[in-house]
Design a protein around this ligand. Sequence first.
Ligand SMILES: C[S@@+](CC[C@H](N)C(=O)[O-])C[C@H]1O[C@@H](n2cnc3c(N)ncnc32)[C@H](O)[C@@H]1O
Length: 274
Amino acid sequence: MINPGQLVMLLSPKGKRYFKILDPQEILNTNDGQLQMQKVMENGFGSRLDTHLGKTYTVLKPTLYDLIKSVKRRTQIIYHKDIGYIVIKLGIGPGSRVIESGSGSGALTTALAWFVGDQGRVYSFERREEFATLCMDNLNRNGLGSRVEIINRDIAQGFDLKGVDALFLDVRTPWDYLEHIPDALLPGGPVGFLLPTVNQVSMLLTAMEQGHFTSVEVLEILVRRYKPVAERLRPEDRMVAHTGYLVFARLSPKHLVLPLEDETEDSGDEVESF
Ligand SMILES: C[S@@+](CC[C@H](N)C(=O)[O-])C[C@H]1O[C@@H](n2cnc3c(N)ncnc32)[C@H](O)[C@@H]1O
């Protein structure tokens, strides 16, 4: 049994995913015929149901991975592998208030909205109206829209917010907007950027050296998938070799310089018990 209002994923025989906020009155029109949502509700997650044309669909509870994969794209999006590290580095969790720009298609926004929960808030700045609308449509389809405020304006005008917990920029020239970050972010708060080229990373680092930031880190994340065949286990022939570079820092708390993190160290040596 699935509760009305819960998000369900219906997987077609060909692997097409349909996402629906469950309304038992609804009849879903698919490429393979009609599915009664009343039956989806009664049969529950993991069940298999036939459309009126006899095609079998599987009812699943979607993961965040599924939701991001289903985002309708009209811009470059941030990939799952990068999003995972971004939310950890920014400390996004239930109740977080976070700024991001630009919204684009809303892949990162979807993840931020998922993690901040009903008590948190995502402020997503987007200067192009069509992408602001696209992002909100993608969020509403998954029932996450109520956690997000899309602000349709250029961040050159600043953020008009105070004391947010974290801030992330996925825009072409983030160095143009660094001056607005201290007004919006909690002192010492985490900030992150995604940039597709090393030239942009250099420009950003040069701008960051002018002040406001500490604990600066630059990295990229590579994922190598394997063919899941037990007797001939080996990597897939192709991989996504490049998506973007990630830059993280903390907004300098007044008078405090945090030491750079060295993730190659065995952190166990540094732990003291009291
Ligand atoms: C690559 S897309 C963002 C993709 C998004 N992070 C995602 O995961 O789907 C970059 C977006 O930033 C927006 N943008 C660029 N400069 C901006 C600015 N100064 N203020 C607001 N939005 C901006 C662009 O219009 C574009 O939609």
